[in-house]
Design a protein around this ligand. Structure first.
Ligand code: PLP
Length: 211
């Protein structure tokens, strides 16, 4: 746990030096490891499995639990009820399902569009050319606010190019609520921060290969 905290403080300092936010990706982390980070003051966690997000959000309601992975429509209810944000929106249908399941009395769910920067078929996300259209459709949904653009950069691809592409798209949208670029994981968060990403999502570099 001591090493976990050392790694956390190092990554946190790096993110802070760029005034960027850090989502601690706990999808493979043990409850003990999560608990140690909460004790150190961490509140922002990322999960890719909706049921685990629900379970942890119920257990630790003082934290913000972000959905970071692909979402199937039949799991939309967990995100609607328990997620503080959803950074991997890639289809209107799924977003509509989340909205249908969301209580009208709570504030809008903050979401980001996942962009498939390199057009790779094995990658999730919408193509750059389809992103603005999806953004416009999502703007009409109540209970959802698009606050950023997210991408996953596979090893070997150029993270700086990807951040630049998302910055261009963000400038085209040009609304004040669209404020985040969420690129950068364990293998590439340094370059992503240097290129201007404002939110990084770090899992294995934080929790280690074994938890
Ligand atoms: C797992 C995951 C991460 C974190 O990946 P690491 O390489 O472990 O840092 C970030 N984003 C998404 C969408 C993920 O699924």
């Amino acid at each position: 746990m001591e090493q976990l905290l050392q790694r956390y403080h190092k990554i946190r300092r790096e993110a802070d030096s760029y005034r960027a936010e850090l989502i601690c990706v706990s999808k493979y982390a043990s409850d003990r490891a999560v608990e140690a980070l909460i004790a150190a003051g961490v509140r922002d966690f990322g999960e890719s499995r909706p049921q685990q997000l629900r379970d942890r959000a119920q257990r630790w309601p003082e934290c913000r639990w972000y959905m970071i992975g692909p979402l199937q429509r039949n799991k939309a209810k967990y995100i609607a009820r328990y997620a503080a944000g959803w950074v991997s929106v890639e289809s209107l249908e799924c977003a509509e399902e989340v909205v249908r399941r969301r209580d009208d009395m709570v504030p809008p769910l903050e979401v980001m569009l996942q962009i498939n920067c390199f057009g790779l078929t094995r990658q999730h996300g919408v193509a750059e050319s389809a992103a603005l259209e999806l953004y416009k459709q999502l703007r009409h949904l109540p209970q959802l606010q698009v606050v950023g653009l997210m991408a996953m950069v596979p090893p070997g691809e150029d993270v700086t190019l990807c951040v630049q592409m998302l910055k261009r798209l963000k400038a085209e949208v040009a609304t004040p609520s669209m404020r985040h670029i969420c690129v950068g994981m364990s293998h590439d968060y340094h370059q992503a921060l240097a290129a201007g990403s404002t939110v990084i999502r770090v899992g294995s570099a934080l929790f280690g290969a074994t938890h």
